[in-house]
Design a protein around this ligand. Structure first.
Ligand code: FDA
Ligand code: NAP
Length: 438
């Protein structure tokens, strides 16, 4: 284990997806505002280069959030890191406006994110995975003013230590498989989809199945149907096909920055109401145009009398048996107690994600992090974990705060504002420690 001895960064960001990229822009704008003593930052990302859910960059897929909810605009409408600035720099502003859309393709949004990232290459390390956090050796004698972040660089030997006054954990969603089902070369999770798909000869795929009734499942089902014209495509759904994602104007208020206060300061009853009435803005739901497109395909195939897109409604996957190249999926009907088998060449589990949990990274430090009555981490309004001595430095979360801050926690909707609030909190706490540095 090497040690990067003396330097102590104001901020170390763990993960460099959109959330911490947005934080980089907020810190940069803070640097412009307080040039005398800018907050210093270093980010560590385990991927070899910037990438935002690359394995789901399927043709024609569009954003599920307005382009105005980019990395910066809601925090600072005149930011040079906005999507509009990107369009202007790319010479496409007029043409984009001519498309009359709020929802660019995911491909274009990815290009926007890469364009912003190009301004921060001096403070991000790729191929660098953070494997743990620890108190410095002298912390036992008093309050710990900084943390040691343990980083493993791909191709390097061992790990190195980086010192941070504040850590911002933003490691993203964690893929979830059906209970008892393991991934292998024929059983994939949607998060690895394109990587896996490129490794197989598409001509060998005669029967493919996609499990789940969310946006990922619908997009992969459509992709299979487009890309494999001779294959039978099965959509295994626990419902009647797909249900629509509610993005109507009143419901969309659940993602407004003000809704974070309503949720955070609300009672348990308030929080229950958010989930009861608005879960269908995000989970297990699909954009209207994709639903109608897929339904149309099924109907057209029926009219032609040659069905190859099959919806197995009210059905869950309960097991997968592998024997050589055979993949036998055990289907459980929700109509009765029957189960039946389906043999496929590939099964894609678009079965969702668990939210970010910092416990593994915290390791031993977790015992200084306070928990609520349900055993969940206590988090302040400024997204900082509530901690007990000797841990006094800041550990902030971008993600994993649905229980405290509500539905937008794992989404892009509020990242511009959230990053600004985290940057403000870090600057404010430094000013209290070192007057004159706000
Ligand atoms: P994200 O997962 O993007 O980034 C986390 C990063 O941390 C990754 O790059 C990962 O490699 C890295 N990392 C993890 N552990 C690490 C470690 N120990 N050390 C170093 N690096 C580590 N939301 C929305 O509002 N609108 C939308 O249109 C979409 N679209 C969408 C499409 C798809 C296919 C999915 C799966 C999800 C969405 N989402 C979404 C939700 C999604 O959570 C959101 O778009 C962002 O990815 C959240 O950004 P983060 O930076 O928080 O996580
Ligand atoms: P999701 O919305 O959580 O959907 C997972 C689905 O899998 C649910 O319908 C779930 O049903 C089902 N499922 C789980 N286990 C099952 C089993 N054993 N058998 C049958 N079905 C099972 O996950 P997602 O579709 O990956 O979406 C996650 C996030 O990514 C969302 O925020 C979404 O908006 C976003 N996303 C965005 C885009 C885009 O921007 N274009 C694309 C893809 C995803 P139960 O809930 O009943 O278990």
């Amino acid at each position: 284990m090497g040690t990067g001895a003396q330097v102590i960064h104001d901020v170390v960001g763990i993960g460099f997806g959109p959330s911490n990229l947005s934080l980089a822009t907020a810190l940069e704008e803070h640097r412009t505002n307080v040039p005398a003593r800018p907050l210093t930052a270093a980010f560590f990302e385990r991927q070899p280069s910037f990438g935002w859910h690359r394995n789901m960059l399927l043709p024609s897929t569009t954003m599920q959030v307005s382009f105005l909810k980019d990395l910066a605009t809601f925090r600072n409408p005149s930011s040079r890191f906005s999507f509009v600035s990107y369009l202007h720099a790319s010479g496409r502003l007029a043409d984009f406006v001519n498309t009359h859309t709020f929802f660019p393709t995911r491909q274009e949004f990815h290009q926007y994110l890469e364009w912003v990232e190009a301004s921060f290459t001096d403070r991000v390390s790729y191929d660098s995975e953070v494997v743990g956090l620890a108190l410095p050796p002298d912390a036992a004698s008093g309050l710990a003013r900084y943390l040691q972040v343990e980083v493993r660089d791909r191709g390097g030997s061992g790990t190195r230590l980086v010192n941070a006054r504040n850590v911002v954990v933003s490691t993203g969603l964690v893929p979830r498989m059906p209970v008892g089902v393991d991934r292998d070369e024929r059983v994939w999770h949607s998060s690895e989809f394109l990587d896996r798909f490129r490794q197989v000869d598409p001509h060998t795929l005669k029967r493919v199945a996609v499990v789940g009734a969310g946006q990922s499942a619908a997009e992969i089902t459509r992709f299979f149907h487009d890309t494999l014209p001779d294959a039978q495509v099965f959509a295994i759904v626990p419902s009647y096909g797909y249900s629509v994602a509610d993005s109507t104007p009143f419901a969309n208020q659940v993602f407004d920055p003000d809704a974070v206060d309503d949720y955070f300061y609300g009672t348990n009853r308030t929080k229950d109401a958010f989930w009861q009435y608005h879960k269908n803005t995000n989970y297990s739901v699909v954009d209207d145009d994709v639903i109608r497109d897929l339904h149309r395909r099924v109907y057209d195939e029926d009219v032609r009398g040659s069905r190859r897109l099959h919806f197995l409604d009210l059905t869950r996957v309960s097991d997968v048996k592998r024997a050589g190249n055979e993949t036998r999926v055990v289907l459980e009907s929700l109509l009765d107690t029957d189960s039946q088998d389906l043999d496929v060449d590939v099964l894609v589990c678009a079965t969702g994600y668990d939210s970010m949990d910092p416990s593994a990274l915290l390791g031993d430090l977790d015992r200084y992090c306070l928990r609520d009555a349900s055993g969940r981490h206590q988090v302040g309004r400024d997204y900082r974990l509530r901690t007990a001595p000797p841990l006094s430095c800041g550990i902030y979360l971008q993600g994993g705060t649905e229980h405290t801050h509500g539905l937008s926690s794992s989404l892009l909707s509020n990242i511009a504002v959230r990053s600004g609030e985290i940057a403000d909190s870090i600057a404010q706490r430094r000013a209290e420690d070192e007057p004159g540095t706000a």
